[in-house]
Design a protein around this ligand. Structure first.
Ligand code: NAD
Ligand code: UDP
Length: 319
């Protein structure tokens, strides 16, 4: 008997992470339906998939009712602006996609008896008072600050996801994603990694906010996607951190990028955005234990690959 292909719906599939996930699931033999309204995503991210018979793109805003006929095995909800510049520019769409959008994708999963995976975030820990951050930490979020639109939407999304598990016995997964970088990040999405690489490649000053003493832990995209897929196919339903525990200051990152690009750029210091978390580093012991996952790409290798990608995409010279 020929086994039928499993079908996955990926909201936000035309974005940075979503497009990598679409490609990986197709490579694994699934059929993928990508649902995206392109608010921060780009069709060029999925250009290589559009002609495949196992791929379908639906331009749709998931805060509106989602109508997909036929069976679905997995619903992966990645739709949401993710860069601070994006969600500060689109505060209400961000709140809506985290709340109404999550509700709609959960409803679709329930109607189809599909497994649901939520792309959550380290931002649910806010400006953390516990370091590194374990899944058991409840976080320190300013609900009424500018970042609250993203953080609270994601906290609501986690909450409603687990309510669907408890009330409707929906099969759910929650991945708390820490800062991820790599190919297909938008050159102007405002995050530190693309900003610094583009500034360095064009010999412009690298804009470090504050003193540069804030830390982040950057995970290369292939590691992140590998962890997400492992989580999708395991049988653990509570939130799991996926990220790289190799922590670096933002000034350290700026210096590394200047070195790896052989740039003549200087570093300039700009004011720090409100509520910018001072420290961020995942405790990944849970991921190691339940899915035997840990990142394998070093920061230096990942940054080199990302620099190569930004050099190849002419768009870096537009600004
Ligand atoms: P991205 O902005 O590149 O992708 C998000 C995608 O969602 C875009 O294609 C966008 O058009 C789409 N989208 C937004 N609102 C939508 C709506 N209402 N209907 C349909 N599509 C909509 O961002 P990304 O970095 O790929 O992030 C993907 C997911 O991962 C997000 O949920 C984000 O919160 C989460 N995440 C990412 C990171 C990271 O470092 N990249 C870290 C933590 C969490
Ligand atoms: N940042 C910076 N210069 C930039 C962009 C960002 O110094 O041009 C800082 C930002 O204030 C934060 C860190 O780099 O402390 C990571 O920011 P990013 O937007 O990449 O992700 P976040 O973790 O804040 O969502």
């Amino acid at each position: 008997m020929v086994q039928r292909k499993k079908i996955a719906v990926i909201s936000g599939g035309a974005g940075f992470l979503g497009s990598h996930l679409c490609t990986t699931l197709i490579d694994k033999g699934l059929r993928v339906i990508c649902v995206d309204n392109l608010i921060t995503g780009e069709l060029k991210n999925i250009n290589h998939l559009l002609k495949l018979k196992d791929f379908l793109f639906l331009k749709h805003d998931v805060t509106k009712y989602i109508d997909i006929k036929g069976r679905i095995d997995y619903c992966l909800h990645l739709a949401s602006p993710a860069s601070p510049d994006d969600y500060l520019k689109f505060p209400i769409p961000t709140l809506k996609v985290g709340s109404l959008g999550t509700h709609n994708v959960l409803g679709l999963a329930k109607a189809k008896n599909a497994r649901f995976l939520l792309a959550s975030t380290s931002e649910i820990y806010g400006d953390p008072l516990e370091h590194p951050q374990k899944e058991s930490y409840w976080g320190n979020v300013n609900p009424v600050g500018p970042r609250g639109v993203y953080d609270e939407a994601k906290r609501f999304a986690e909450s409603i996801t687990l309510a669907y598990k408890r009330e409707h016995k929906l099969d759910v997964r929650i991945v708390r994603i820490f800062n991820t970088y790599g190919e297909r990040m938008r050159k102007n999405d405002g995050r530190a990694m693309p900003n610094f690489i583009n500034q360095a490649l064009t010999n412009k000053p690298l804009t470090v906010y504050g003193k540069g003493s804030h830390t982040r832990s950057f995970c290369y995209v292939s590691d992140l996607i590998n962890g997400m897929v492992k989580l999708l196919f395991c049988d653990y339903s509570l939130p799991v951190n996926i990220g790289n525990p190799n922590e670096i200051t933002i000034l350290g990152l700026a210096k590394l990028i200047i070195k790896l690009t052989n740039s003549k750029s200087k570093i300039v210091f700009r004011s720090l955005p409100q509520d910018d978390p001072k420290l961020r580093c995942p405790d990944i012991r849970l991921a190691k234990k339940i899915i035997h996952w840990q990142p394998v790409v070093s920061l230096e290798d990942g940054v080199k690959r990302t620099i190569k990608y930004f050099k190849q995409t002419n768009s870096i010279y537009e600004s």
